[in-house]
Ligand binder design. Structure first.
Ligand code: NAD
Ligand code: UDP
Length: 316
């Protein structure tokens, strides 16, 4: 197949492009390089089945493709809050453009949605049936509401125009190729621990998240895309829940770091708890994550160590 991956030079997108190439597909990677990097896909540039397009999804594009993975959108709060209007445009206009393309060339399309559609959830763990608790006017709203309207567009294009849609609600994912200055908690803690800097705990650190290693996630995205007739959203994430304080001590153990902890103010609207109910993915996709936090952190630290300390090591 010929497959378009928008946001393909980003963290998850670059792993997805690599896996799709490994499975024998032709991949077109489209990216505006806002948070993506050529370095993430450098090893694919010489591959005859790989093509790179610098393009912004808020502008229409016509390509002949069989499948579209729409991942274009900054995912870290500091990056999506840098230009919130652009973030909304990316989710909404980008989604309309990609759905228009899917409709025109009859491609199957998967949207990278997010656990943020549940906002600060009042139901725990979160099943797909839960409608969420999202602030429409806060600093996270550009991302959360943008992704919610993108889901609406997916369902409406499916019902109205019979576009073959898939919605992946992705929970916190981590691994090699996150940006050092990404701002998300795993990369922040790993970089801080390796540098011997204090780990920055926002608030008391008793808020929870469930962390999925990127290889597990990519496997799930490909399974979801290739499962027929599944238009309803599907949660994809690792259901093992950790407090942020627990994550800090795991990272320090893996890095063998003696860093201290420093408490900084909790950002507005920071969700208190988050853990996916993945029964739908387990039943309908036959998928379950297999890489536990400790093993995933070891691989992530192996990627960051040479970058931070200048030692030889994995190139990710
Ligand atoms: P990332 O920031 O590393 O990747 C996003 C990519 O999209 C980058 O390469 C960026 O340059 C590109 N991009 C941004 N705006 C664009 C635009 N207007 N046009 C073209 N390209 C654009 O983030 P990620 O963690 O790899 O996330 C990928 C997708 O998965 C995002 O849609 C994100 O919302 C979703 N997601 C990620 C997580 C997670 O924990 N990593 C969780 C939930 C959802
Ligand atoms: N967080 C933290 N220190 C950091 C970065 C994040 O304590 O240096 C917290 C943040 O407040 C949130 C959790 O870690 O409660 C996850 O944050 P992240 O930005 O990774 O993802 P999201 O909030 O979007 O789930």
């Amino acid at each position: 197949m010929r497959i378009l991956v928008t946001g393909g030079a980003g963290f998850i997108g670059s792993h997805l492009c690599e896996q799709l190439i490994n499975e024998g597909h032709d991949v077109i990677c489209l990216d505006n390089f806002f948070t993506g990097r050529r370095e993430n896909i450098l090893h694919l540039l010489d591959n005859a089945r790989f093509e790179l397009l610098r393009h912004d999804v808020i502008e229409p594009i016509l390509l002949e493709v069989d499948q579209i993975y729409n991942l274009a959108c900054p995912a870290s709060p500091i990056h999506y809050q840098y230009n919130p209007v652009k973030t909304v445009k990316t989710s909404v206009m980008g989604m309309i453009n990609m759905l228009g393309l899917a409709k025109r060339v009859r491609a199957r399309i998967l949207q990278a949605s997010t656990s943020e559609v549940y906002g600060d959830p009042l139901v725990h763990p979160q099943p797909e049936e839960y409608w969420g608790n999202v602030n429409p006017i806060g600093i996270r709203s550009c991302y959360d509401e943008g992704k919610r309207i993108a889901e609406t567009l997916m369902m409406d294009y499916h019902r109205q125009n019979h576009v073959d849609t898939r919605i992946a609600r992705i929970f916190n994912t981590y691994g090699p190729r996150m940006l050092e200055n990404d701002g998300r908690v795993v990369s922040n803690f790993v970089v801080q621990a390796l540098q011997g800097q204090p780990l920055t705990l926002y608030g008391a650190g008793d808020q929870t998240r469930s962390f999925c290693y990127v290889d597990d996630l990519v496997r799930a995205l490909i399974k979801l895309m290739n499962t027929d007739g599944l238009h309803e959203p599907v949660n994809l994430g690792n259901p093992t829940e950790f407090t942020i304080k627990q994550l800090a001590s795991e990272v320090m153990e893996v890095c063998k770091s003696k860093s201290e902890l420093v408490h900084l103010p909790l950002p507005d609207d920071d969700p208190r708890q988050r853990k996916p109910d993945i029964s739908r993915a387990q039943t309908l996709l036959g998928w379950t994550p297999t890489i536990q936090l400790r093993a995933g952190l070891e691989r992530t630290v192996n990627y960051f160590r040479p970058r931070i300390l200048g030692e030889p090591g994995s190139v990710g």
